[in-house]
Design a protein around this ligand. Sequence first.
Ligand code: ADP
Length: 479
Amino acid sequence: MHLNDTSLLETRAFVAGEWISTTGKLTVVNPADSTILVEVADCDRTIAARSISFAASAQVLWAKRTAKDRASILRRWYDLVVANADDLAMILMSEMGKPLAEAHGEVLYGASYIEWFAEEAKRVYGETIPGHAEDKRLLVLRQPVGVVAAITPWNFPNAMIARKIAPALAAGCAIVAKPAAETPLSALALAVLAERAGLPKGLLSILPSSDAVGMGREFCENPTVRKISFTGSTNVGRILMKQGADQIKKLSLELGGNAPFIVFDDADIDVAVDGLIASKFRNAGQTCVCTNRIYVQADVADQFATKLAQKVATLKVGAGSDPASQIGPLISMAALAKVEDHVADAVSGGAKLVLGGHGAGGTFYMPTVLAGCNATMKITREETFGPVAGLIRFESEAEVIAAANDTEFGLAAYVFTRDLARSWRMMEALECGMVGVNTGHISTELAPFGGIKQSGMGREGSRHGLEDYLELKYCCISM
Ligand code: ADP
C-alpha cells in the first residue's frame, strides 16, 4: 500500500503510552483478495490490565487540566487526522475493503467527532438549583466517569473508535480500546496521530487482540474500568451487560439494527430510490443503520422496483483500490455465506429475483434486488449485512407501522412521503432511535446517534454524546 507517511502503518500495540510488540501476532488480511497485509501485536488480558491501571493515574491529572487545554489537544489531533486523511483512507480501505472514496469519507466523518467534542469539552456546564430550605444551596457538578474501556467493530474501523475516544477525552476520561481483530490498523494510526498531537501518556491505549472474550472479561471484571462503550452485535452487547452486572458497570451500547425503509405512494419515487441506494448499498450493506426491510405501498411497488433495479444495475462491484468501485468486498467468506443464505431463503419462500442474486468471485457479492419478500423470511427478521434489497408490499399506514415495529431492534428507520402530517405521524410512531424522512443519509456528529429496544442504549455525537462519559454529582450546601 502506498502511503505518504509510512509511520502511520503502525503494527505495535499502544499500551500505557508505549508502543510494544508481542510474541504472538494478529494477522491482518485484505478482504478484497485475502492476501496478508501485516502482522500486528496481539494483546492479552494482562496487557489490558496494565493499560487500565496506567490509565487510572493519567486520568486523574487529565481531569484536573482546564477544559480549554483538553480541547486544544483534541483540536490538534483533529487537524492531524484531516491532514493525513489520504493515508488513513488508504489504510482503512486496505484492511476493511470499502472503496477508497468511501474510506476517505469515513476518515473525515470520524474526524468530525473529534472536532465536535474538542468544541464541546468547554461546555460541560454544571447547575445551581434553588434550595429546599432558606439555608440550603444546591449544586450539580458534572464529572468524568473515569477510565473507559471501548470495543469496536470492523465495519467503520476509524469512525467507530474516533467517536468513543473523542468524547471520553473531552469529558476528562482515559480510554483503553480494543478494535476489531479484522481492522486494528486504522485505530493504531489514529493513536500515532493522537500522540503527535501531544496527548499525555497513558490516556489512550489501543490493544489489538485475538482474544475478544478475555479482553471483554478484563474490561467487565476490572473495577478500575468505570464504563464500557461498545459498538457491535446485540449478542455481544448482551454478554457485556451480563458480565458487567456484578460491578453495575455503566454501559453505552450501539448494537444491531433492522432498519425499515418505507415508501408511501405519495413519495417522490426518484428521491426514494436514491435514498435507498444511499442507505442500503453504502459499505456494501455492512452498516448498522443500513436499510434491511423495504416496505413499498402497493400502488407504486412495481414502479419503485423497476427504477431501483435500473439504478442498482449501474453500481460497479470491485476492489476498493479501483476508483470506479462502488461496492467493495464483504468482510469475509462467512459474511458472504450469510448473504447467500438469506437470498436462498427468500427465493425458496417465494421472493422473485429482480437483479443479482449471486457472488461475484471471492468475497464479492452482486448488488441484488428481490421483490415479494414477506415477514417470515430471514432477510426481514435478521440483519443481512450485504448488498441485498428485499422489497415488501403494503397497503395501509397502520399496517406498515405495525410491520416496521415488529422487531426486537430499534436503531434507524427511513420514511418517504410528501405528506407533512404523515411524516409527523411516522416519526412519532416508529420505535427507533433515528428517523430519516425523505433521506437515506442521517449520520452526523451534530446529532445523537443511537438506538432503543435491543439496538442499545446511550447516544454518540451531539451534546448528548458527552453525557455518556459524565456523572452528575449533587452537592447540598448548608449556610
Ligand atoms: P461483528 O458481527 O460486527 O463482528 P461482534 O459483536 O462480534 O460484531 O464484534 C464487535 C466487537 O466485539 C469486535 O471488536 C469483537 O472482537 C468484539 N467481541 C466479540 N465477542 C466478544 C466478547 N465475548 N466480549 C467482548 N468483545 C467481544
